[in-house]
Ligand binder design. Sequence first.
Ligand code: C2O
Length: 579
Amino acid sequence: MISLTTTVITITTPPTTQRNRKLRRISCNHKHDNATYVDNVNRRNVLLSLGGLYGATTTTTAPGLSAAQTTATDHPGGPVQPPDLTKCHLATDAALQNQVYCCPPYSVETTTQIYDFKLPDPSEPMRTRRPAHDYGQQNLEKYKAALTAMKGLPLDHPWNFFQQAQIHCAYCQGAYGQVGYPDVDIQVHQSFLFPPWHRFYMYFWERILGKLINDPTFALPFWQWDDPVGMQFPDIYLDPNSPLYDVHRNLNHYKTLMDFRYARGDPNPNSSDYPKIEGMNLHLINRIFREGLRTPSTFMGEPVVAGQVPRCPGQLQLLHDTIHQWSGPETSPFWDMGNFNTAARDPIFFGHHANVDRMWHLYRNFNGGNVEFKTKDWLDATFLFVDENNRVVSDSLDAEKMRYTYETEQLKWWNIPKSSTRSTKKTEEALSAKSVVPVFPFGPSARVLNTTIRALVSRPMPSRSNKDPVSEVLIIDDIRIGDEQQPVRFDVYVAKPIDGNKADLSDLGEFAGSYVRVPHGHGHGNATAYPQHCLLIGITCLIEDINAEGCESLIVSMVPRTGDITIGTVEIQLFNDAE
Ligand code: C2O
């Protein structure tokens, strides 16, 4: 098995000490053309690695218990530790609030040994993951054969399709308390553990499928929703007679364009609006990357340590959450894709997550192959999985090669002209005086988001220049959700104030991002205490895009879309280069 973990949230800890303040000195106008990109990828041999700075940290492991587990309580904080399989307990379906069983069919009673993760032999053939819309008939036949075999295994087999889906439930709906912190669940969303945990999950799932058809080159398709051709359900998942099919989806979304601003209940877009929506989708990905390359925690999620409840997902997860909500049904319990308890019961989950993983792969390549977080809290977080040899293996984030890659192609979202970045266009001269009103600061008290809230938010360093090694991050914090059983979304726009403090009511300004929540476990053993959530949005490049570098304040608009939401604080903080 592999391990990765999350952190504890201590309410008394000032948020600033929890935040990753590392900054990549990348200009907002930094450009890569695809030729350069492909060249970089080839030079790096297109291998994925996790970690990269440290060697293996665990050499011996007692049966069923890692060395780290034995010392967790001696060292509060530190990397999240793997679960104690003997303590797996009932989890919770977040939408139904009922207890569900998703423990694995193995434990120290049935498995005598946990192995350290070993990277595949470098001579092993490379697996090349291809886009789902261009997967190829031969690959599709292999995939169907492998899935059919997986679904045909005995229900208690660890490789059984349903058991594999249960792994996702266990790591996210509260089946495991953290070793040393039994009241804090292991939670692999809402933090910087999101990308690596899901990478390992895809990795083993792919290898098990390959094993089932004796094909060491078997590679997953990825749902390439970052390209207009992939902004819909890929055809390979739509044949009701195929093992890739799932009945629990939003049938209204078959053969329609996916809008990244979708909220539950939205009508399908008119086809005449497709080009505009495709453009806005591409622009959002562009924004997430440009800002995220400056501040890894806005892309990956905030750091967490053992014992903390993770609260702040990265933009990669938030975009992925929208696609979960768009794929799943619009009514409770939102099975399969719309509820993390059941999401992995739909084979499209694995196409979706292969693309999430690919986004991380691209991010790291754009970042020169640098490891995002050079701390042991990240590199040594540990999880457990069953491998393709049906052994339980354990690992930390090592600098090694996992023998898979992605077919590279043109990225439609990387070089987007600035002129296409505005979601709504309005020149100041065109404003009519009566739609312009003064806007006030958010204020010291929490506010219910039942109508658009506009707030004047001051910038900590209004004279910041391009050369300053800081990034500006909009932090919307102490977000409380009235009903955690329902999907949630609100959108955030940023505008340059008129005359220092006024806003044009007819123009929200630039779309900055969204808070999105798919029903899932909340990270406490005790269901009465939900954490307050937070949203981080990098706005350094956005400020340049709207020519607001010289402004003392910005107008931030929060638009409710679905769910009962209360917002505690809205501010802009500087994230500094800590190195
Ligand atoms: Cu673990 Cu798509 O979520």
